[in-house]
Design a protein around this ligand. Structure first.
Ligand SMILES: *[C@@H]1O[C@H](CO)[C@@H](O)[C@H](O)[C@H]1NC(C)=O
Ligand SMILES: *[C@@H]1O[C@H](CO)[C@@H](O)[C@H](O)[C@H]1NC(C)=O
Ligand SMILES: *[C@@H]1O[C@H](CO)[C@@H](O)[C@H](O)[C@H]1NC(C)=O
Length: 227
């Protein structure tokens, strides 16, 4: 599978199959999700640098989506803990149908190396997403600190080296006492990891698909924290 389709299998299929059908309702569905730019001093970019995943300092596709949810709409047992909120968001993102096409495609190449990854809905919903957790031959949890879970992507975790399409994601949940709400975040960065490059790691229409997919993953993931 080409690197980008490991991640973006669902939107690529939807775009190929449906064109603009359903796009209107999609935009209504994700209208509460706000885009934020990610600056160069961002913690996720620092982590990519520390880990040496983008040694050529190639240009990045980088974005953050934030969805605010009132505390009263959140499952009571999660309300006071950013760590529990983030874990539940993470479980919701990977267990949802929005990630299931990719899971099903990669599940066909399940073998002794990746058999012990999280694959089923039950596994994905119940995991603690501790550091070292491996998700469907696609992602590896590299950091779990308080209100953040940071994940490496872009290729099978069995590829420990530099990746043609390197990726890092950060899921977060920040309680805003003043607003009596929680801000759920889905941040991602993509870059060519294995060679010097002056251009973005994906063409414009794939960036657009990625932006829509990121919103969808966040939006469907949040269903797992809501009452
Ligand atoms: C199992 O799959 C992984 C990842 O797709 C691959 O890198 C590895 O070579 C495969 N292992 C075997 C024994 O086929
Ligand atoms: C993966 O494939 C196995 C058999 O090949 C099947 O039993 C299992 O339900 C599949 N799991 C998922 C999550 O698709
Ligand atoms: C996936 O997301 C949808 C829409 O938010 C939600 O209705 C559904 O319950 C979620 N499925 C799982 C398995 O969490």
């Amino acid at each position: 599978m080409r690197p980008v389709f490991r991640y973006i299998a669902l939107p690529a299929k939807l775009a190929a199959a449906g064109g603009t059908v359903g796009l209107g309702s999609f935009f209504i569905y994700t209208r509460h999700t706000k885009f934020s730019p990610v600056d160069e001093s961002d913690s996720l970019i620092n982590l990519v640098e520390q880990k040496g995943w983008n040694p050529h300092k190639n240009p990045m596709v980088k974005d953050l989506f934030v969805r605010r949810v009132p505390l009263e709409n959140i499952r009571p047992e999660l309300r006071d803990s950013p760590a529990k909120l983030t874990r539940a968001l993470c479980a919701g993102v990977w267990a949802n149908w929005s990630f299931s096409i990719q899971r099903a495609l990669l599940n066909r190449s399940r073998n002794d190396t990746n058999r012990n990854h999280l694959w089923s809905d039950e596994e994905l919903l119940s995991s603690e997403y501790d550091q070292g957790t491996l998700i469907a031959d696609s992602f590896e949890v590299v950091e779990k600190i308080g209100d953040q879970i940071v994940i490496r992507g872009g290729d099978s975790p069995s590829n420990k080296g530099l990746r043609p399409l390197g990726a890092a994601l950060e899921l977060s949940a920040v309680i805003n006492e003043q607003e009596q709400a929680v801000d759920f975040g889905f941040k991602s960065v993509f870059f060519a990891g294995d060679r010097p490059s002056e251009v973005m790691p994906m063409p414009g229409f794939v960036v657009w698909l990625h932006l829509q997919y990121a919103k969808l993953l966040l939006e469907t993931g949040i269903s797992n924290v809501m009452i």
